[in-house]
Design a protein around this ligand. Structure first.
Ligand code: URA
Length: 436
């Protein structure tokens, strides 16, 4: 088989066979195909697309390139959850705790921040002592005893994706539905869960900016899940404003604890309940109505909070900050960002809010930079709220005074104000498949 012929075929947007795709991926992973040929292949796929069968074949090769996590020592149906990434998205630990409180085990491997979007691992590591790098045996032990554990990726899952993703990152081929879908799903399939819930974010704080492309991505991932015999459901959810009030690591954990203690209400809480109900449904716990009620009960009666607290304790975290989040280290500098005119909040440039949090220290500007866990943004408004000139729109938190000016510059244009009250934003656009 000649790489040249495969590239020529894909350039003409022809359908590749499983063997051709497998040859390309396997040879590249082994170092037998150079970067320039793989880059040409990825660009041809990004421009010409792939059908469902080709995308499933690509996913299969990436899964086969590494280990498959064996979750058989965890009792019960294992449902994984994945968010495509957004700003202020702190749902995973809350959802994990609710689902565990309803008797469904949650063995979750999460990721770190990527660009303007935050990462669950970085957030959990703001809890002093919490470790995300425990061995497999301890991970399984915690899931079996507590019901939920959230750690970083263990093992060598989908190494082909790792190598291909790094090349996509520098060849402008990240934004391709078959490439994103196969990349995400290869890690989910290799992660070993029985079913998968996908939270596909839509909007200016997400990688998918509009509903149509998010729905296309969701359908593609659901089809891949199905081709592997894993029940897969996707929810398309709002990311045209930050989720909740806080953006940052400890700031988001504090908000999460507020939700678990039934002190914080609003969009994140609602989304957490919806995601948890869908996970329970996928685990076979009942109808959607029954699962909704179960999730609501576990949050309201404090069982979900107890699960989260027990997980933190089992993973070495200091539970005193869970009991009293004001004990989190506080930022040395807290500065307001004020409205320059009166009116209604029209819209957010959500990725810019994420970038502002990042430059204040809540994310990494270089690969090896460390995170300032006290840094971030505390929003005081949501789309549709009315403000006066000079009202505080947000507070900027940082431990480094030198970062405030850049944070303010980004926040200055991130929130627009106008005379007319805008239509409220939907929290969820749709569910794929629409059977729940
Ligand atoms: N996240 C992934 O894991 N892969 C992509 O291609 C995009 C986002």
């Amino acid at each position: 088989m000649l790489v040249y012929e495969i590239l020529d075929k894909k350039r003409k947007a022809q359908v590749l066979t499983d063997e051709e795709i497998s040859f390309m991926v396997d040879s590249y992973t082994k170092g037998e195909v150079p970067d320039y040929q793989m880059a040409a292949f990825l660009m041809a796929v990004a421009m010409g697309g792939m059908d469902d069968a080709e995308t499933a074949a690509l996913t299969k090769c990436m899964v086969k390139s590494g280990e498959m996590a064996d979750l058989s020592s965890i009792r019960g149906v294992k449902v994984d959850k994945h968010s495509s990434g957004g700003v202020g998205d702190k749902t995973s630990p809350v959802v994990g705790a609710i689902v565990a409180a309803c008797g469904v085990p949650v063995a979750k491997m999460s990721g770190r921040a990527l660009g303007f979007s935050g990462g669950t691992l970085d957030k959990l590591e703001s809890i002093p002592g919490y470790t995300t790098t425990i061995g497999k045996e301890r991970f399984f032990e915690i899931v079996n005893s507590v019901g939920v554990s959230i750690i970083g990726q263990t093992g060598n899952l989908a190494p082909a994706d790792k190598k291909i993703y790094a090349l996509r990152d520098v060849t402008a081929t990240v934004e391709s539905i078959p490439l994103i879908a196969s990349s995400i799903m290869s890690k989910k399939i290799a992660g070993g869960a029985d079913a998968v819930l996908l939270d596909v974010k839509v909007g200016n704080g997400a990688f998918m900016k509009d509903e149509k492309s998010a729905a296309d991505l969701a359908r593609c991932m659901v089809a891949i899940g199905k081709s592997f015999g894993k029940e897969t459901v996707a929810l398309l959810t709002q990311m045209n404003q930050p989720l909740g009030w806080n953006v940052g690591t400890a700031l988001e954990i504090a908000e999460m604890i507020g939700i678990l203690k039934n002190e914080v209400h609003g969009d994140v809480r609602e989304l957490c309940l919806l995601l948890a109900a869908n996970m329970l449904y996928l685990a076979g716990k009942g109808s959607m109505e029954e699962c909704d009620a179960m999730a609501g009960q576990a949050l309201a009666d404090g069982k979900a909070f107890e699960k989260f607290r027990a997980m933190v304790q089992a993973q070495g975290g200091d539970v005193s900050v869970v009991d009293e989040p004001s004990l989190f280290p506080q930022a040395k500098y807290i500065e307001p960002c004020r409205a320059r005119q009166a009116g209604y909040i029209q819209s957010f440039q959500t990725d810019q809010v994420g970038m502002a949090a990042l430059v204040l220290g809540a994310g990494r500007e270089t690969k090896d930079a460390s995170i300032d866990h006290a840094a971030g943004i505390r929003l005081c408004v949501k789309q549709g709220d009315h403000v006066e000139e000079g009202s505080v729109l947000a507070y900027l938190h940082t431990s480094d005074e030198g970062r405030l000016a850049r944070g303010q510059a980004l926040m200055k244009d991130a929130i627009s104000i106008g005379a007319d009250k805008p239509e409220p934003l939907l929290l969820v656009y749709k569910r794929i498949p629409d059977d729940g």
